[in-house]
Write a protein of this length. Structure first.
Lengths: 379, 137
């Protein structure tokens, strides 16, 4: 894909985040979509492309009253929205549509109008994972981390620092769910969930949503907000079964999506001013730093423990507080994208001064899928 | 009221040989006749070279502990926490999820790379699960 041909011209989250007991999941989609449309200064009838995950594009199109000429229902977990951005950019460049709306919402806490996730007993997961007691992401996502720690000499304290540093960012964000400072001892003494991970190393469970509007860079300059250009993109999938990953020492999907985006963007790691790595659990930023090529995996734990990713550090990471402290409705990728867009617009609560390039890296399932978007505010 | 039971696998035409094997006290894997790749989970073609000429064989049942979590909460139906959910690397190469039996469910007892051997646990007349326990030296 060519650089900077498509831009984000509308971006918004639901009016509220956290516990939203007065809205069903589809209304959370609509709330975010209407906020994004207002942000872009558009009307619903201006939207001719629609993408969403879990809910189908037809559900969202019908609920909002949109007649699209292009749809994308890619649903690969929490990074689906990174893939939507990539696909939408390609579609706009190809002339399949002009103005794309991407929506996410999840009633993750209140569970209103949310389909239950179930694993059929005759699927491969149902036959070869479910019988051994996996039960939701906390029992699955951390399965690789002990191997990763042994291979690279990563300590429990270093991984605990991921949560500590992200709470420092969250403290600067009025919309963050958890803002009180925490220490490594707090993390390592919090309730055990699935050894080696404790409560403060697991993402929040909240309600919320977000939406993005993309159009061609040529049109973007006529919109009310500062355009945020798509500089590079990448995507991949590996396996829905965490036990069947090629290795627990890295994520194959990360290693395809990340470098593809960097190559497309034509940037090096030194050019990155701001970084988002989807943190459903505290080990993900380490995998991300290594697999995206910022440093060898051996150095990732020390890099975070030394404070390089905290406010004022040389690589600001997860500046909204992340899934660990900002919010996590179930498919967090949309909120990572929203924070990258805010940083590129220069309006983030914890704004990184003069940031020009933001890398936003997502995971779907338990390392099952990945999408990377690189944004810039300079054309 | 009966205790909630653990999730029970339902075999498909492509996986029936595996579940027939566990019932017969065998851990069965597949090997590609064309490229010799050994793979899991079951499918009637080689995921490495796409050959449909593949054979089922009895694996050694030996492996080592690749990684695990000790799940505390929420516990799956039929499980009493804390319990380890492990990934075992078989001597033949493939990895599979399982539980570690005859071993304390603690970080001290569950050492990565410890040698394991398969043990079979009958769920009912149709399904027997492959479990692993510390290998006898």
């Amino acid at each position: 894909m060519r650089r900077n041909q498509v831009a984000v011209v509308g971006a918004a989250e639901t009016t509220e985040l956290g516990v939203i007991p007065n809205m069903s999941q589809i209304q959370l989609h609509a709330d975010a979509a209407l906020n994004a449309i207002a942000d872009a200064g558009l009307k619903l009838s201006d939207i001719d492309g629609i993408a969403t995950a879990v809910e189908t594009p037809q559900q969202i199109a019908h609920y909002l009253g949109i007649t699209p000429t292009w749809v994308d229902g890619t649903s690969v977990g929490g990074c689906s929205f990174m893939l939507h951005v990539r696909h939408a950019a390609a579609a706009i460049e190809a002339g399949l549509c002009k103005t794309v709306l991407i929506t996410h919402a999840e009633s993750g806490k209140s569970m209103i109008g949310k389909l239950p996730r179930s694993i059929p007993a005759d699927s491969l997961q149902g036959q070869f994972e479910a019988p051994f007691g996996v039960y939701g992401p906390p029992s699955m996502f951390p399965i690789p981390v002990l191997r990763y720690m042994k291979t690279y000499g990563i300590t429990h304290e270093q991984i605990a620092m991921v949560a500590v540093v992200q709470r420092e960012w969250a403290a600067m964000n009025p919309r963050a769910t958890m803002k009180d400072p925490i220490t490594v001892a707090d993390v390592l003494n919090s309730r055990m969930i699935a050894y080696p991970f404790r409560l403060l190393q697991c993402c929040l469970v909240t309600d919320g949503g977000g939406a993005l509007i993309l159009t061609s860079a040529d049109r973007a300059k006529d919109f009310p907000r500062k355009p945020v250009y798509i500089l590079g993109t990448g995507e991949s999938v590996e396996t829905p079964m965490v036990s069947q990953m090629e290795t627990f020492n890295s994520s194959r999907a990360f290693k395809v999506a990340g470098p593809t985006a960097f190559k497309e963007a034509g940037i090096t790691h030194k050019d990155v001013d701001h970084l988002m790595i989807y943190d459903a659990f505290a080990h993900l930023p380490l995998y991300g730093l290594g697999d995206l090529g910022f440093m060898p995996h051996e150095e990732t734990g020390k890099f975070i423990a030394d404070g390089n990713t905290r406010p004022g550090g040389k690589l600001p990471l997860n500046t909204n507080g992340g899934g660990l402290s900002y919010m996590h409705s179930g498919m967090y990728g949309m909120y990572a994208l929203q924070e990258s867009v805010r940083q590129m617009r220069g309006i983030a609560p914890a704004q990184v001064k003069d940031a020009k390039i933001s890398v936003c890296h997502g995971v779907g399932g338990m390392f099952a899928a990945s999408g990377t978007i690189i944004f810039t505010n300079e054309k | 009221m009966a205790e909630p039971a653990r999730a029970k696998p339902k075999p498909t035409p492509e996986t029936q040989h595996f579940w027939d094997g566990t019932q017969a006290g065998e851990l069965r894997l597949q090997r590609c006749d064309a490229c010799a790749n050994v793979y899991f989970p079951p499918r009637p073609f080689c995921p490495s070279c796409a050959s449909r000429k593949v054979s089922v064989f009895k694996a050694s049942g030996k492996g080592k502990l690749y990684s695990y979590v000790i799940n505390h909460r929420p516990a799956a139906p039929g499980f009493t926490p804390p319990y380890a959910i492990a990934v075992v690397e078989l001597d033949e190469g493939p990895r599979m999820m399982s539980n570690i039996i005859d071993c304390p469910q603690t970080p001290e007892a569950l050492e990565l790379d410890m040698k394991l051997e398969v043990a079979f646990e009958k769920l009912d007349d149709k399904i027997t699960l492959p479990m692993f326990r510390p290998a006898k030296v």
